[in-house]
Every structure is written in C-alpha cells, then in structure tokens.
Design a protein around this ligand. Structure first.
Ligand SMILES: [Cu+2]
Length: 121
C-alpha cells in the first residue's frame, strides 16, 4: 500500500469516527395548556418536570385553550418560545436547556395563576 492510499483510508476512517455511534433522539417532554386554567410540563411517563438534566429536548406542546385565551410560554437561559394566545393545536419545539438554570413556563395572560418551573443540572 502506498502512502497516498494509506492517507485516503485514514481520511475515510476519520469521517466514520466523527459520527457518534450512540446517536439518540432527543428525549420528549409534553407541555399542555387548557382546557380550563391548567398548565403543565410532564415527562413521557406523566411525571411533572421539576428537575432536568441539561441538554436538548423535543417538547410537544398541546394548546387546547381556545376561548379561554391561554398560551404556553417557556423561557429561561437560551430559551424563549411561546404559542400565541389565539392558537389552538400542537407544536413541536426543539430546545436546549443549559446547566444549573431555572426555566419557567407560564400562560402570559394569567401568569399569576398559571405557571410552573424546573431546575436543570
Ligand atoms: Cu391563561
């Protein structure tokens, strides 16, 4: 094997190694607002999110507020995403939570009674 083909093999190997062998889909969280004055963020098993590992998550937002005029607004370091108040339906967000931070979710028109938060580590 000459030097050039050895280099070509090395280059090809590097490209393969650059792709993580354990690439996984981002964990899913489920955000809900409405009907009524309920707002929540839960894991796939239905547990309320109070603590979370920093990282990238897929958030499935279900906004069923309709005539009650609610929205779902998630904010914190590096994150600021919201549905609009008239919106009814489903949105899928990809968000990255930083370490050692507090994230809050609220319904903007009723922030005092419709809110929640969690910490990351
Ligand atoms: Cu509201």
């Amino acid at each position: 094997m000459n030097r050039r083909s050895r280099l070509a093999i090395l280059a090809a190997t590097s490209v393969v190694l650059a792709v993580p062998s354990t690439a996984r889909a981002a964990p899913k969280l489920f955000a809900k607002v409405g009907p009524g004055f309920d707002i929540s963020l839960r894991t796939a098993t239905g547990a309320k999110v109070t603590k979370l590992k920093a990282g990238t998550y897929t958030i499935v937002v279900t906004d069923r507020s309709g005539d009650d005029a609610h929205n779902f607004h998630l904010r914190g370091p590096g994150v600021n995403k919201a549905t609009s108040v008239p919106f009814v339906g489903r949105r899928v967000w990809t968000v990255t939570f930083r370490r050692n931070a507090t994230y809050r979710f609220v319904c903007d028109p009723h922030e005092l009674v419709m809110h929640g938060s969690f910490r990351t580590r």
